[in-house]
Design a binder for this molecule. Structure first.
Ligand SMILES: Cc1cc2nc3c(=O)[nH]c(=O)nc-3n(C[C@H](O)[C@H](O)[C@H](O)COP(=O)(O)OP(=O)(O)OC[C@H]3O[C@@H](n4cnc5c(N)ncnc54)[C@H](O)[C@@H]3O)c2cc1C
Length: 492
């Protein structure tokens, strides 16, 4: 209702917005949740995500509240290690080249486990990330530390569990309600949101507003403006609705831009994937093969680390190449190790490398043959072990392959053309440790809070997989709690 004053309005109903709305409701405030998308495709980028969460734990026992059906027999096969706050913190810092905001990272890390438990109490159901992250070694199933469970049914499952919970708790949700600006009172306090609805422009008044409208990854003009040349041409993996206007009007109001504005999470996707919402066409198994450009030359260390520490920066690498295209090549030894997404989409196969390369128009097949031959000659004889950094590397070629370097010698051979797919952007508004939005002078903008990908400072250059949803839930919960507290304190 436009006439009434809501305690808290949340703009954007993805993971961060739903978390904020639920936390504000738990703080006993009235909450209005707005999203510009139709109800049938609700959930933002979160809807398209894999649903993987990275969080701290001491042992598999910490996972039991999330996995009530796990039997002792199943548990005995699992190797999950431990994931301490110190290791999670260092993982974020290392992949972001030590640029991540330390205070925000500490909150992310410290609150990660408690927030996963909070989501569980809100009806979120979980499964082990066996098919996407684990490696089977005999009877044992080994998980990389920190990335052990995902939401059942991925991001779609997450939003379709949180929306009914939000509705049942009395949160009002309006779809096809596009926020176009903030209402500010005479004292400079944010007092509501201007919204474009099917019935025209409506002003919704509130005591506090939470911005949770995601990044600008679906806006080619903003991508070119902030990320640089060529980014207007990339494929968009997630929601078509994250077009950055909320970020723009927050900056227009004086919110502080912070973080890596020319940086983003971008991965490798099937070169023939749809241009938008191609969430399920990713190609993450490159550590098991080699990648060449259109000239038939390798251009990256495919085995630098486990994919979850390198995949988010690969898209940028390939965007730099001619035709914005690379070719992932595997043989029949490694084909069974490839993730299930490789079973769909475009690829070619052949009994020789030459025949394989000739099936891909434009690819310099003579160079591909030379590259594979030089690669095979450079591989050492260390045993291959996909569950750890195995040191099975190349020697004497550039770039080297640091781990999991098996010779491409067993036909048939397979090639998967890939290109850059953007996932989300890194730049956003600055927030305090209470998720209050800062202005360009470093002061809090009264009544304004933010969470999720619309905030900056958390990720630079790269990111450890599973941290985006964790960030959205941790800071969404924080923003909702803070906004709820603020609204209650300012009630007449
Ligand atoms: C294919 C894919 C896979 C991913 N997999 C993972 C994973 O497994 N683990 C992980 O941690 N992260 C993953 N991510 C990243 C993760 O999805 C994001 O970090 C997270 O969903 C961001 O949540 P958010 O709430 O900030 O934004 P979103 O979920 O994008 O929500 C933003 C919402 O704001 C709405 N909105 C935008 N503008 C307006 C406006 N003007 N008015 C009203 N509403 C507006 C949008 O419609 C949208 O619903 C993945 C992302 C993609 C695309």
């Amino acid at each position: 209702m436009a006439g009434k004053i809501h305690d808290v309005i949340v703009i954007g109903a993805g993971n961060a917005g739903l978390s904020a709305a639920l936390a504000a409701r738990q703080a006993e405030t009235s909450v209005l949740l707005l999203d510009k998308c139709p109800k049938s495709v609700r959930g933002g980028n979160t809807r398209f995500s894999g649903g993987g969460f990275r969080f701290t734990y001491s042992s598999l026992d910490d996972m039991r509240p999330m996995l009530p059906g796990l039997t002792d027999e199943e548990a005995a096969k699992m190797e999950v290690g431990t994931y301490s706050t110190a290791v999670f913190f260092e993982d974020v810092m290392q992949v972001t080249e030590y640029a991540a905001d330390k205070k925000l990272t500490n909150i992310l890390v410290d609150q990660s486990y408690a927030t996963v438990r909070w989501l569980t109490d809100l009806n979120v159901k979980w499964i082990l990330s066996t098919s996407t992250h684990a490696v089977k070694m005999g009877e044992k199933i080994k998980f990389p530390s920190g990335r052990v469970i995902s939401v059942n049914d991925g991001g779609l499952g997450l939003v379709e569990m949180l929306f009914p919970t939000a509705e049942n708790k009395g949160i009002e949700i309006i779809y096809e309600a596009k926020a176009t600006g903030l209402i500010v009172d005479k004292k400079g306090k944010v007092a509501g949101v201007r919204v474009q609805t099917r019935d025209g422009s409506v002003d919704f008044k509130s005591r506090a507003v939470v911005l949770a409208a995601g990044g600008f990854e679906a806006n080619p003009e903003m991508r070119a403006r902030y990320l640089g040349t060529g980014w207007d041409l990339v494929k968009v993996r997630g929601s078509r609705y994250n077009s950055g206007e909320v970020l723009s009007f927050a900056l227009g109001l004086g919110a502080q831009p912070i973080g890596h504005w020319s940086g983003c999470h971008a991965v490798l996707v099937d070169a023939k994937a749809p241009d938008v919402e191609c969430a399920y066409e990713h190609r993450y198994s490159y550590p098991y093969g080699i990648m060449v450009d259109i000239n038939g030359k390798r251009f990256a260390d495919e085995g630098e680390d486990f994919f979850s520490y390198t995949y988010a920066k690969c898209g940028r690498e390939v965007l730099r190449l001619p035709w914005r295209t690379a070719y992932q090549i595997f043989d029949s030894k490694t084909r069974p190790l490839l993730r299930s997404e490789y079973n769909r989409g475009f690829h070619v196969f052949a009994d020789t490398i030459e025949a394989l390369a000739k099936k891909l128009p434009g690819l310099d097949w003579e160079n591909v043959v030379k590259t594979v031959s030089a690669f095979n000659d450079a591989v050492n004889d260390a045993p291959f072990d996909p569950s750890k950094h195995d040191g099975k590397c190349t020697q004497g070629i550039t770039p080297m392959k640091s781990h999991w370097a098996q010779r491409l010698d067993t036909p048939p051979f397979y090639a998967f053309p890939v290109t850059c797919g953007i996932t989300f952007t890194f730049g956003g508004v600055g927030i305090t440790e209470k998720a209050e939005v800062l202005d360009t002078s470093g002061n809090v903008i009264s009544g304004l809070f933010a969470a999720g990908e619309i905030t900056g400072g958390s990720f630079f250059h790269n990111y450890p997989g599973g941290s985006g949803l964790m960030k959205g839930a941790v800071f969404g919960r924080l923003a909702g709690t803070s906004a709820g507290g603020f609204a209650k304190a300012t009630r007449a």
